[in-house]
Design a protein around this ligand. Structure first.
Ligand SMILES: NC(=O)c1ccc[n+]([C@@H]2O[C@H](COP(=O)([O-])OP(=O)(O)OC[C@H]3O[C@@H](n4cnc5c(N)ncnc54)[C@H](OP(=O)(O)O)[C@@H]3O)[C@@H](O)[C@H]2O)c1
Length: 438
């Protein structure tokens, strides 16, 4: 039998697109031999045709006109690796409407518009693959669509941003401050020149939206996910957390409750006994809890040219297998609209406070009164450091479980106490149990 010909139109030939092109060009023979399919790079859309590319591509393949990809009826699949919301979303919609399959690494578009694109693909009887959109080479979308599908998933807890995990690891291990760790990450190419999406937690919120929609079969969009960044953390927070038995990680957490979906991204104190506390550097890890499978931890490189190209190429080969068998939408995710996503105000968890107060008698009693009046009970209190010149002391408090709305009210009340000079950090603690089940 003749191998299947799969003509690929690439949208983007940067870090990921370059890796995909290299895979298609250098492994064509192996793919044909093992999978009976000949992948061919038909066109590649770029902004600048004169830019040097890491892989040699015939100049006739490069184009700056999206119609050369979207309007070419001989192109079977569009691989969108240009990034950003627009014009990527428009091009992706046009590809599906033209009856082309779509493979994408675009977390922003899939997080914001994934359900709509999946519906459009179903209408046109084509597939959308997006394994590379979360966790680079880590298999996540596939397992949710196939391997975990028999489970009722109760939680997903993840470290899914390598840039921030690298920064937090350096702050923890070397005692350096946020700005220095960020500068180092940028020097090493782990952080972009504009790191806003990473350090603000937005990138992780996009990824959590995709994972929670798959896990709970209900649409969760990024604007429904509370996110807080890592830029206010200090090296001291890591030292105090360590003394108390915790690491600090930017955790993306989603749980299903009878009242709705809990979904949030923020720096979190994770107990040292939990595996997630040991995930360091640029590595990612996603912990899934299902009623049949129990706890599963997926760990690996969450970004980079070849890990991400591995996910895109795996999608292309799976698509080729489907086309050979004459099937579409075989393992399409079922994502419904309309479930309630809980507000952060409804969260019940434990909290870490770092405060700078006047070093005078009676201050602690004032703070305890604020907490007591809001039914927040203090689990541990440590006076960390005194500054005799400024006559201040730094204190760290851990609370028992409390309602976020009450904790935010406590912050408002503490801020107006003259002897509370600064609320340095307010972090949530994650003990791994469902907050509502405790
Ligand atoms: N980098 C990673 O490790 C990684 C990991 C997982 C997922 N992703 C996702 O993969 C996607 C691509 O990321 P990347 O790092 O490969 O980006 P990148 O290096 O910036 O490459 C983007 C490519 O798209 C082209 N492009 C962008 N806007 C265009 C437009 N309006 N018209 C035509 N061409 C356009 C650029 O052309 P020029 O080359 O001519 O400028 C470039 O080739 C993003 O969605 C990203 O979130 C990346």
């Amino acid at each position: 039998m003749k191998p299947l010909q799969l003509r690929i139109g690439l949208l983007g030939l940067g870090t990921v697109g370059g890796g995909v092109a290299e895979f298609v060009i250098t492994r064509a023979e192996r793919v044909t031999r093992l999978f009976d399919c000949h992948l061919e790079l038909a066109r590649a859309l770029v902004r600048d045709r004169t830019k040097p590319r890491p892989v040699e591509i015939p100049s006739s393949v490069l184009t700056t006109d999206p119609q050369d990809v979207l309007g070419d009826p001989t192109i079977d699949v569009v691989v969108e690796v240009m990034g950003g919301e627009e014009p990527a979303l428009t091009y992706m919609g046009a590809a599906l409407q033209a009856g082309k399959h779509l493979v994408t690494a675009n977390k922003e578009v899939m997080a914001k518009h994934g359900r709509r694109l999946l519906e459009l693909a179903a209408q046109h009887n084509v597939d959308v693959y997006y394994e590379a959109s979360v966790g680079g080479g880590l298999p996540l979308i596939g397992p949710f669509k196939r391997d975990f599908v028999a489970n009722h998933i109760s939680s997903v807890r993840a470290i899914i941003n390598g840039t921030t995990n690298y920064i937090l690891t350096r702050m923890s291990q070397e005692g350096i401050d946020f700005r220095d760790a960020l500068a180092e990450a940028q020097r090493l190419g782990y952080a972009e020149a504009d790191p806003f999406n990473d350090i603000s937690g937005l990138d992780a919120a996009y990824k959590l939206a995709i994972l929670s929609s798959l896990a709970f079969h209900t649409e969760v969009t990024p604007d429904q996910i509370y996110h807080q960044g890592i830029d206010t953390l200090t090296a001291r927070d890591f030292r105090y957390a360590r003394e108390l038995g915790y690491a600090i990680k930017l955790l993306a957490i989603a749980r299903e409750h009878p009242s709705g979906i809990e979904a949030r991204v923020h720096p979190t104190l994770v107990p040292h006994q939990q595996l997630l506390s040991e995930v360091n550097g640029v590595y990612n890890a996603v912990e899934i809890e299902g009623d049949l499978v129990g706890q599963v931890l997926l760990y690996g490189r969450g970004a980079g040219r070849f890990p991400t190209a591995s996910a895109v190429a795996g999608d292309l080969i799976d698509l080729a297998r489907n086309i050979r068998k004459g099937v579409n939408n075989r393992t399409q995710a079922r994502i419904e609209a309309g479930n309630r996503v809980l507000s952060i105000q409804e969260l019940d968890t434990r909290y870490y406070f770092r405060l700078t107060v006047s070093d005078e008698p009676g201050v602690l009693a004032e703070i305890a009164t604020v907490f007591g009046s809001l039914a927040i009970s203090i689990a541990a209190f440590i006076q960390q450091e005194s500054d005799s010149e400024r006559r201040t002391a730094e204190i760290v408090l851990l609370t028992h479980r409390a309602r976020e709305a009450s904790v935010q009210e406590a912050v408002r009340r503490l801020r107006v106490l003259p002897r509370v000079r600064e609320i340095g950090s307010l972090l949530r603690i994650e003990d791994g149990r469902s907050d509502r089940d405790a």
